[in-house]
Every structure is written in structure tokens, then in C-alpha cells.
Design a protein around this ligand. Sequence first.
Ligand SMILES: [Zn+2]
Length: 264
Amino acid sequence: MKFYVSCDMEGIAGVTLREQLVRGEPLYEEARRLLTLETNAVTDALLDAGATRIIVKDAHGNGFNFIPELLHPGADYVMGATRVENRFPGLDKTFDGALLIGYHAMGGTPLAVRDHTMTSQGWQSLRLNGRPIGEIGLDGLLFGLQGVPVLFVSGDDKTCAEAANELPGVVAYETKTALGRHAALMKAPQRARSELQAAVRRAIENGNRPKPLRLDGPYELTIRFLHTEQADARRYDGITAERTDGLTAVYKSDHLTGLLAAAF
Ligand SMILES: [Zn+2]
């Protein structure tokens, strides 16, 4: 069995502050250790469940957050920034499932740790074909293009609620209960890691696995920016890219990856 694991950082147990998420901040070094150990716990659980190939992608910020020396030898790792149309290098139709670890709720979610969609600096929110969408939904669709279902999601309680909504049948594990953008009722990371492993095993052994996520085209992606200058900086042809108000741009395409490449 082959599994693809995408790791973000906001939903990792023990992480709740901006200073833990940004390179150069003193708290960042501790948080990347938490990220690396939680990722290793997932790899251990997948190997226990019979995985023969595991690719783990570092999906936070510039994609270089794992501490390489501490990484579990049982997986291969995608590190560094990649374009959205190649968001999951090495993924193909032979993979049995995907896991989203340490994820966060979509931009605009109330009382969620570091809620955002793709960037906290530029965008308030995204809609795809009229429906609000966050990174769980977007990544679910990208895995779905390869026929790969998302089997498991971890993060705060709002992340898990979003996952249940976007991915019917997914197994979700709460590492913390969010009390605000920078506050949470936390599980101790050591406990979270062992509970996470049990939950991952449940997801793999689940006889009733979720289906790959699909959304038929044509596609329309609406980006709501934080500041007008971010919308000013874009090019609009009036056909595939249009500015509908000071803070909003709409992109259209028949192809999902083409759409994301144009908009991101
Ligand atoms: Zn992140």
C-alpha cells in the first residue's frame, strides 16, 4: 500500500502562535521539532498498517520545516516550494490514500487556530464554483484528480469539522480545541502522537473508505483579497480573469490545475 502524507504546521499539537510558524522566530525551532515528531508518528502508524511506500510533503510556508536529521527513515520527503500545479510531486494513480496532517481551517472560520487559505497576508477567502473552500477541500480535489482519496485529517476542532464537511467518511483527529486565532486547549504532544497513531490505523483499516473527491468543471474561482493593492497588482483579460469589485477577482477555466496555476 502506498500513501501520500501532506504536513502543514498550524494544526500540529503544541502549536498555536504565529511565532512558532515563522522561520527566524525563537519559538519556530521548537515547533519544527513538534512537526517532525508528529510526522514520524504518522509514518510509524502507516508502516504498522502495512504501508510499502510513503511520500511525505512539507506543505507549510516555503516547504522547509522538517528537521532532516530527525526524520523517520521509512518515508521519502518532498521539501522546498513547488508550484500549485505540482503541489504533490511523486503522486500518481497507484497511491491508495492521502493524509493531511497538522492542517487548519479555511480563512474566515471563527475561533480557529491560524485560519487562512493559502496565505494569511494576501487573501481573506476563496470560493470555488460559488462555495467557500479551504486547503482541505483544495488538496482533496488535487488528490482526487489522481483518483486518490483523502483518508485522514488532523488539526484543531474547526479543521476536523471542515474535514467532515468536505470529505464524507474521513477519519479526523483533534490535536487541540481552538479558543481563538492564537489560543487553544491543547493535548500534550506526546499524548496526541499516540492517539494520532491509533486514529491513522483506524483510517487505514476502515472498510468503508472515503471516495476520491471530485468536482466537475467548468470552474470559477473567486479570490477575496485583504487589500485593494493586491487586487490592483493582477492582470485581467475580462474573460478568464475579471475584477468584480475592489477586493475581488474571479478566475475561470475548464481545467482545475490550469485555474489554480493562473490564480495562484
Ligand atoms: Zn501552514
